[in-house]
Ligand binder design. Structure first.
Ligand SMILES: Cc1ncc(COP(=O)(O)O)c(C=O)c1O
Length: 425
């Protein structure tokens, strides 16, 4: 943690700005720092690596509501991480909490038996997701992508898979220390939008590839025709096309990026936003495929438990009732337009703006060998933090139904001041 640097930023801000442009002065991070010490002593690595931003920030969250969270020192932040995506309605969203509580009180939670509520949610998903004729429940995205791969292997009788994007931490898609090298050896990978690379993989491994699992969109959008042509190529080679919609699901459209782009894969994975923070995920697919693999062993104690399913039903109902997808598109587009306008006006050459309405991105492409760019980068992120924004660095942002006009306006105003400070640094 760069405490000295933060102290300097705070001193500079105190000296030069007095509550200008949304900066709230004199944030203390002492309590967060004390909690980080305790975390280091009690948690492996002081906590999981993805929960520690780079460079590390002096923030330990004490609570969250709507599109804001606050840290142990009581500093408030507008949140664009939103739990890395799940919090599509907002933190502590009342209708979800109330529905889950009601069902838990009335029905209990885990039976390990078929139950009525899991059927109701499955019927709803079949109605809204183009590739969904059948639904299988999982807990978390990694669990579900692994399930989808198993289904694809069982259906095709082939072992190799091609991945394109991030699909979780399980052995087949991770090269982290400790992974089973044999599992990853059966996984090939291709860059997003690289149709030629995809064709080459099929040529190099004829009749061996079970599926392509891919994120359909992200910081970069699919090139015109890419999704259609990739699907045609995959199917022509006897493999299945799986969209990993763990991030895009319920944001691009209720039916995911597949509905937005009008390309229906053979199977899809949804997680994160499905249940506004409850850890359910699903694999859905066409009935010709899913009925053939219904005997594949993908079973776990907490798949489809009542609280998860109830949260998902409440989340989808609220998105529908409030036209949540249109709202997120509108708010995200305002951010993208605002960043585009301000970076041109201020002449910020290393700005990187990407994504799309409900999952926008603003960041800086920084050459770490360039001292000036490094200073610019550090100053911008420290100043936005000090100004009450939590901007995911290097990662797509997530809009929610709780990001108000005021939040968007403050985000742009604090960002503009931070860019000016970074230019002057
Ligand atoms: C596209 C995608 N697939 C799968 C996963 C894994 O999901 P989880 O972290 O819930 O296991 C993620 C997580 O970020 C993801 O973004």
């Amino acid at each position: 943690m760069n405490v000295r640097f933060l102290g300097k930023i705070k001193a500079d801000l105190d000296a030069q700005y007095t509550n200008v442009g949304g900066f709230s002065m004199g944030r203390s991070f002492d309590k967060s720092l004390a909690w980080q010490k305790r975390a280091k002593a009690a948690l492996v690595g002081g906590g999981q690596p993805h929960k520690q931003s780079s460079p590390p920030r002096p923030v330990m969250i004490a609570g969250a509501k709507g599109a804001h969270f606050w840290d142990a020192d009581g500093n408030d932040y507008i949140d664009y991480l939103m739990g890395f995506g799940p919090m599509i309605l907002g933190h502590a969203y009342p209708t979800v909490i109330d529905t889950v509580t009601k069902y838990l009180v009335e029905r209990g939670n885990v039976y390990n038996f078929g139950h009525t509520l899991e059927v109701e949610l499955a019927e709803k998903l079949v109605q809204i997701i183009p590739s969904a004729d059948r639904v299988a429940y999982f807990v978390g995205g990694s669990d579900a992508t692994t399930g989808a791969i198993k289904f694809a292997r069982a259906y095709t009788g082939r072992e190799k898979v091609i991945r394109s994007g991030y699909h979780g931490w399980h052995d087949w898609c991770s090269h982290a220390r400790g992974h089973l090298s044999g599992a990853a050896a059966a996984t090939l990978s291709v860059d997003f939008n690289d149709l030629e690379g995809l064709a080459d993989l099929f040529k190099a491994h004829p009749d061996e590839i079970a599926c392509l699992i891919m994120e359909p969109s992200g910081q970069d959008l699919p090139k015109d025709g890419y999704l259609e042509e990739a699907k045609a190529l995959v199917n022509a080679n006897g493999a299945l096309m799986i969209f990993d919609e763990v991030k895009t699901g319920f944001r691009y459209s209720l039916g995911g990026a597949q509905e937005y782009f009008g390309v229906t894969p053979d199977m899809s994975v949804f997680g994160k936003a499905l249940a506004n923070g409850f850890a359910t995920a699903v694999v859905v697919g066409k009935k010709e495929i899913m009925d053939e693999v219904s005997d594949v062993w993908v079973a776990a104690t907490f798949h489809g438990e009542v609280s998860l399913v109830a949260a998902a039903i409440a989340t989808i109902e609220e998105l529908e009732a409030q036209d949540g997808v249109a709202f997120m598109w509108k708010q995200g587009q305002k951010l993208l337009d605002g960043y585009r306008e301000m970076t041109v006006r201020l002449g910020i050459e290393n700005a990187r703006i990407g994504g799309i309405g409900p999952m926008p991105y603003f960041g800086l492409s920084t050459n770490s060998d360039d001292e000036r760019q490094k200073r610019f980068h550090e100053t911008f992120y420290e100043a936005t933090l000090e100004g009450g924004l939590y901007l995911p660095e290097g990662h797509i942002w997530f809009m929610s139904m709780s990001h108000t006009d005021e939040d968007v306006a403050k985000t742009l105003s604090v960002s503009e001041d931070a860019l000016k400070r970074a230019k002057a640094a």
